[in-house]
Design a protein around this ligand. Sequence first.
Ligand code: SAM
Length: 371
Amino acid sequence: MTTSQPSQSESAFKYFDLYGSMRSQRFMLEDMKRMKAYHSAIFNNKSKIIENKVILDVGTGTGVLSVWAAKAGAKQVYAVDASNAAELARHLVQVSNVSNIVTVIQSKVEDVEIPEPVDVIVSEWMGSLLLKESMFDSVAYARDKWLKPGGLMLPSHASILIGLYAPTSDHDHTNFVRAKFEQDMAEWNETVTNLQRLDVDYSSFTSDLEQDLSDYFLGNAIRVNYLSPDNLVSEPQRVLDFDCATVDPTALFQFSQDFQFTVSKEAEIRGFLGWFTTDFPNGVVLNTEPGQTYNHWGQQLYPLKESIKVVPDDKVVGTVTVRRKHEKSRLNVIEFKYQVGSGAQQTTSFDMGTVEHMHKGSKSFMFSHDF
Ligand SMILES: C[S@@+](CC[C@H](N)C(=O)[O-])C[C@H]1O[C@@H](n2cnc3c(N)ncnc32)[C@H](O)[C@@H]1O
C-alpha cells in the first residue's frame, strides 16, 4: 500500500467542497455570537463604514454579510465564493431584494476580476485558534490587489490568547481523550487475546500502538464549549496581535511568543487553552473566550500528558510556537515549551484541531477531519 500527500488542487477541492452546502454553512449561521458581532460591525456606525461604499465580501458563503452591507447602504457589493455556496448566496440576495446592489461571483478571490477597487473588505475568515484553514492568505491577497489606499478591513485586528486550564469540578474535559485512549487500548488487548486463540500472536505490536494512540489522543487539540472562566488559573496572555490592513500574511506561517503566567490559586493544570478575538473599526469585538455563550469555534484545549500541581504565585513561563504543517497547508502545529518555577523544561506539541470534542447542550460528539 502506498500513501501520498493530496496535491494542492485536490485539497482545495476538498476544502471548497466542504463549504458548498447548507449543511456546513448552517453551523456558522447558528452561531449567534458570531452573527450578532458581524451585524453590529456592519450596522453600528454604518454611515461612516458602509454607506455609499464599494464592498468586497471575501468568502461570502450564503451571502449574509453582503446582504447586510447592501441593507446598511453600500453602493455596490461584490460577493465572492469559490464553493457552490455561491448559489445559496444568489438565492439569499434575490429573496432579500438586493440584486441591484450585490453581485455574486463564484470564483476563488485570487482569480476574480471585478471592475473597480473597493473601499471596504469584509470577511469571516477565522478558523480554530484563528489561523486554522489559512483563509487569511486569501483575504490579504484580495486586500493587496483590490483595497483602495486607506480602505477599511472588517475585521480590522485579530489576536490569539492562551491560558492555563485546571478543571474546577470533576468535569475535566481532558478526561474525554484519556478515556478514549484507555478504551481503545482495552479493546486492543482483548483483540490480542482473541487472536491468540486463533493461533496468531499480535502482542509485540502493543507498545507501538500504545504510542501511536497516545500521540493521537493526547497530541491533538480538543475543541470545548461552555467552559467557565473559573477553569483558568491565571490571567490569559496575548501571544499574537495583528492589524489586518497591514500584516504580511507570511508572518503568520510561523511565529513564537514568550509567556509568563502567574498562578492565582492552588490547582492541578491539565492543559493549555487557546482562543481568539477579532476587532472591528467601530469598536465591536468578537471574543471567543471561555464563557457561557456558545460560539462554534469554542476554545482549543491542549491536554498535558502529565498534569502540574501549582500554588498561588507560582510562575509558569515558556514559549509558544505556531507553524503551518507546510507552506500550502491549511493546518497548523502548536508547540508549548514551558517550566514551572525552576523546574525542568517540558515541550509538548499538538495538531491544531483534528480531534474535536464539542458540547452543545447535552450533546457531545467527536469527529476528525482534514483537508
Ligand atoms: C467561514 S465561511 C464564511 C461564510 C460567510 N461569509 C458567513 O459569514 O456566513 C468562509 C467562506 O469562504 C469561502 N472561501 C475560502 N477561501 C476562499 C477563496 N480563496 N476564494 C473564495 N472563497 C473562499 C469558503 O468557500 C466559505 O464559504
